[in-house]
Design a protein around this ligand. Structure first.
Ligand code: 1GP
Length: 228
C-alpha cells in the first residue's frame, strides 16, 4: 500500500475547515493530480473530515488523510500520513500525541496504512510553526541535517519540507533533497502557479499545493501540468 506514494509528483491538499463547491472539487479531482491529501492545522473535526472524504470519493484518485489531531481520524482513507516534527523541542509533536493515540486506539490502528512523515517546518509565520513551537531559524545545512535524521536514523519514508503559506528557499529544499537517500521528499508552501510548481518540482520528489486551490483555482490547476 505504501508503494502508492512512490510515483506521486503532485498532490492537492484540501482543508476540511474551508469551503469548496462541487464544481471546484471536480476540477481539482479531475486535474490529473496524483492524490488528494486531506488535512489542516486548525478547525479540522470528524464531521468536516467525513464530509470531505465522501465528496472526494466520487472520483477515482487516492485520498489520504494527514493526521494532525485525534478527533479528525476517520476510517476509509487510502493512507494515513503521520507527521513527526523534526525541528521542535516540544515532544508532543514528535512522539507524544502518537503515544497517546496508540495507547487509546492501538487495537484498531491499520498499521499497514500509516506513513510517517519527518516534518521540517521552515516558515516561522505559519499556523503550524506557531502551534508546534518549531525552531524555524535553520540554514540549508541545518535543515538538511534534520532531513538526514529523519531519513537515515529514523528510516521515515517521507521527509516533508513545510513552508506552508509562503514559497520557500529552493536552495534549502535542494540541499535537503540531495541529503536524503531513501525517503521521498515532499515540498509544500506557496506554490500558486505553473512557474512556482516547476521550480519546486525541480528540487523535490512531490509537490503539495494547498492554499492556491482556495485563492486562485485556475492558476492552481496549472500546477499539475507544470510538473507532469
Ligand atoms: C500546507 O504544505 C502545504 O501544509 C501546502 O502549503 O497551502 O502554502 O500551498 P500552501
Amino acid at each position: 500500500m505504501k508503494q502508492m506514494i512512490k510515483p506521486w509528483r503532485h498532490v492537492f491538499k484540501l482543508d476540511p475547515d474551508r469551503e469548496i463547491d462541487d464544481n471546484a472539487l471536480e476540477a481539482v479531482c479531475m486535474s490529473g493530480t496524483d492524490a488528494i491529501m486531506v488535512g489542516g492545522s486548525s478547525g479540522v473535526t470528524y464531521d468536516n473530515t467525513v464530509d470531505l472524504l465522501s465528496r472526494v470519493r466520487r472520483y477515482e484518485l487516492p485520498c489520504v488523510l494527514e493526521v494532525s489531531n485525534l478527533e479528525m481520524i476517520v476510517p476509509g482513507f487510502d493512507l494515513y500520513m503521520i507527521p513527526m516534527v523534526m525541528n521542535t523541542a516540544d515532544t508532543k509533536w514528535i512522539t507524544g500525541q502518537h503515544q497517546q493515540a496508540v495507547e487509546e486506539y492501538g487495537y484498531m490502528i491499520p498499521w499497514d496504512l500509516l506513513v510517517p512523515e519527518g516534518y521540517i517546518i521552515l516558515n516561522s509565520d505559519s499556523t503550524v510553526a506557531r502551534m508546534t513551537g518549531a525552531q524555524t531559524e535553520l540554514d540549508a545545512a541545518g535543515a538538511a541535517a534534520y532531513a538526514q535524521v529523519a531519513d537515515k536514523l529514523m528510516s521515515l519514508p517521507v521527509v516533508y519540507a513545510e513552508y506552508s503559506g509562503t514559497f520557500g528557499d529552493m536552495d534549502t529544499v535542494k540541499k535537503i533533497h540531495q541529503s536524503v537517500n531513501t525517503a521521498r521528499l515532499f515540498y509544500g508552501g506557496g506554490i500558486h502557479d505553473a512557474e512556482t510548481a516547476a521550480k519546486a518540482a525541480a528540487v523535490c520528489d512531490t509537490i503539495v499545493v494547498g492554499n492556491a486551490v482556495y485563492d486562485n483555482l485556475k492558476q492552481a490547476l496549472l500546477t499539475v501540468k507544470a510538473v507532469k
